[in-house]
Design a protein around this ligand. Structure first.
Ligand code: HEM
Length: 412
C-alpha cells in the first residue's frame, strides 16, 4: 500500500524506505483517535487479523515497524542486545528523545540494574501490601461521596482520583499539585499538542528538582525522599539521576492504573452477567484479576534497533523504531482464543500487560492491589450499575490507551 505524505505533516509522516517491503505497509497512527468507536483492543484485534506478515510497518510517527506476532513482540521487549530501550516512544522526534532522558526505562543492561533496584526497593510487595487499608479506605470514601447521587463520571470522579491520590501519598506530594503533574505526565502518553516537549521536561524538572534537593539528607519514609538519598554503583545518585528516576516513576504512576480501571469498569457496565457473578461471589474476584489484566492491556511501547538485523522476515536497520505493543500480545488469537471475550476458564492465558524482561513494570504490585481493592469495595457497595442513559463509550489511543470520560448510573 502506498500512503501519500500529506502537505501538513503533523505526525512526522515519512516515505517508505528501501528496506521496507511494500506489502508490510499499513496505515496506522497510534496517536490518532481510534476510528469507528472501536476500543484499543478491538482496533488491535482488527489490525492483527488483517496483517499479512508477522511484522508490519507504518509511515506515521516517524515511520516504525509494528510487531504483530506475540513471540516476536516478547523477543523485542527482552532481547536488549538487538533492541535497545534507549527510546521507547514513537515518534522518536521530539517525544521519544525527550522521554529518553528519564531512567531506568531508557537504560539497557547492565546500566539499568542499579537504578531499577531502587524502584524495586520502593515498590516491592512488602512496601505495597502495607498500603492495603489506605487503598480500600480511599476507595470507600470516594464511592460513598457519590453513591447516594445514583451517578458519577467514572473517569473523573473515581479512576482519576484513586490511583493518583495513592501515588501522591506514596511520594508525599500535595494533592493540589495533581492536575499539573497529571497534565504533564499525559503529554508523554497521549500528547494533546498544547505544549512543547522540551517545556514538559522543563516543567517536570522545575517542579521535582527543588523538592528532591530539599529531601536530600532527610529521614522521611516517602519514595521521593528515598530516591533523593539512594545509591547506585556504590555512590549517591547525582541530583540529575534522582530527577530522571523520579520523573519516570511519576509518569508511570499517574497514567496507567487510571486507564486500566476505566477499561475494566466500562466493560462491567455493559456486561451484566459478569458483573453479577463478581458481585455475588467475591471469591471469583481473585480469578477474574488475571483475565482483566489479560483482556485490558494498555501500553504500546517500542524499542530502537541497535544494528541491522533480519527479524520476522524483514531487514531492520540500525535506529529503526519497532513497536511491541502489550495489546498486540494479548489480542492475537494464537495467544488467546477469542481474544476479545472475557473468560474465567481459559486453560492458558498469554499476556504481558506489565511488559517483559528487565523493564517489567515495578509498579505491578501496586496496580494489582488497586484493581483488587477497587473491585471489592465498589461491587460491595454498588453491585448494579450501567452506562448512564445517552452515554456511549469512545476510546483514545496513545502510548497508554484510554476510555474517554463516561457517566455511570445506578438505582438508589
Ligand atoms: C495498570 C497499571 C500499569 C501498567 C499496565 C503498566 C505497564 C508497564 C509496562 C508495559 C512497562 C514496560 C515498558 C517497556 O518495557 O517499555 C512498565 C514499566 C514501568 N512502569 Fe508500569 N504499569 C502500570 C503501573 C505502574 C505504576 C503504578 C508505576 C509506579 C508506581 C509504574 C512505573 C513504571 C516504571 C518506573 C517502569 C520502567 C521500569 C524499568 O525500566 O525497569 N507502572 N509499566
Amino acid at each position: 500500500m502506498e500512503t501519500a505524505v500529506p502537505e501538513k505533516n503533523l505526525d512526522n509522516m515519512v516515505r517508505k524506505p528501501e528496506n521496507v517491503p511494500a506489502d508490510c505497509v499499513v496505515d496506522f497512527n497510534l496517536h490518532q483517535p481510534i476510528p469507528d468507536g472501536k476500543s484499543a483492543h478491538e482496533f488491535w484485534r482488527e489490525l492483527i487479523s488483517q496483517a499479512s506478515r508477522p511484522v508490519m510497518w507504518t509511515p506515521h510517527n516517524g515511520g516504525h515497524w509494528i510487531v504483530i506476532e506475540p513471540g516476536l513482540c516478547e523477543t523485542v521487549l527482552t532481547d536488549s542486545e538487538h533492541f535497545s530501550s534507549r527510546v521507547v516512544i514513537v515518534p522518536r522526534e521530539p517525544i521519544g528523545e525527550t522521554y529518553s532522558n528519564f531512567i531506568p526505562l531508557s537504560l539497557d543492561p547492565p546500566e539499568h540494574a542499579p537504578y531499577r533496584k531502587i524502584l524495586n526497593d520502593n515498590l516491592g510487595p512488602k512496601q505495597i501490601n502495607r498500603l492495603k487499608d489506605e487503598v480500600s479506605g480511599l476507595a470507600v470514601e470516594l464511592i460513598e461521596g457519590f453513591r447516594a447521587k445514583g451517578r458519577c463520571n467514572f473517569v473523573h470522579d473515581f479512576a482519576e482520583q484513586l490511583p493518583v491520590r495513592i501515588f501522591m501519598r506514596l511520594v508525599n506530594l500535595p494533592e493540589e499539585d495533581l492536575p499539573k503533574l497529571k497534565y504533564l505526565a499525559d503529554q508523554f502518553t497521549r500528547p494533546d499538542g498544547t505544549i512543547e516537549f522540551h517545556e514538559v521536561e522543563k516543567q517536570f524538572r522545575d517542579y521535582i528538582g527543588p523538592i528532591l534537593r530539599e529531601r536530600r539528607g532527610g529521614s522521611g519514609d516517602d519514595m521521593l525522599t528515598r530516591m533523593a538519598n539512594a545509591e547506585a554503583n556504590g555512590r549517591p545518585l547525582t541530583d540529575l539521576e534522582a530527577e530522571n528516576l523520579s520523573i519516570q516513576a511519576l509518569v508511570g504512576g499517574l497514567d496507567t492504573v487510571v486507564n486500566l480501571l476505566a477499561y475494566v469498569f466500562s466493560h462491567l457496565a455493559v456486561n451484566d452477567e459478569l458483573r453479577r457473578t463478581l458481585a455475588s461471589d467475591p471469591a471469583r474476584l481473585e480469578e477474574s484479576m488475571n483475565e482483566f489484566l489479560r483482556r485490558f492491556p494498555v501500553v504500546s511501547d517500542s524499542r530502537e534497533v541497535r544494528k541491522d538485523v533480519e527479524f520476522g522476515g524483514v531487514t531492520m536497520k540500525a535506529r529503526d523504531m519497532v513497536m511491541a505493543s502489550t495489546i498486540a500480545i494479548a489480542m492475537n488469537e494464537t495467544s488467546n482464543a477469542d481474544a476479545l471475550d472475557f473468560r474465567f476458564d481459559r486453560k492458558t492465558r498469554r499476556h504481558s500487560v506489565f511488559g517483559r524482561g528487565n523493564h517489567t513494570c515495578p509498579g505491578m504490585y501496586l496496580a494489582r492491589l488497586e484493581l483488587k481493592m477497587v473491585l471489592t469495595e465498589w461491587l460491595a457497595r454498588i453491585p448494579e450499575f450501567r452506562l448512564a442513559k445517552g452515554t456511549s463509550l469512545t476510546f483514545t489511543s496513545g502510548i497508554v490507551a484510554t476510555v474517554d470520560p463516561f457517566e455511570l448510573e445506578w438505582d438508589v
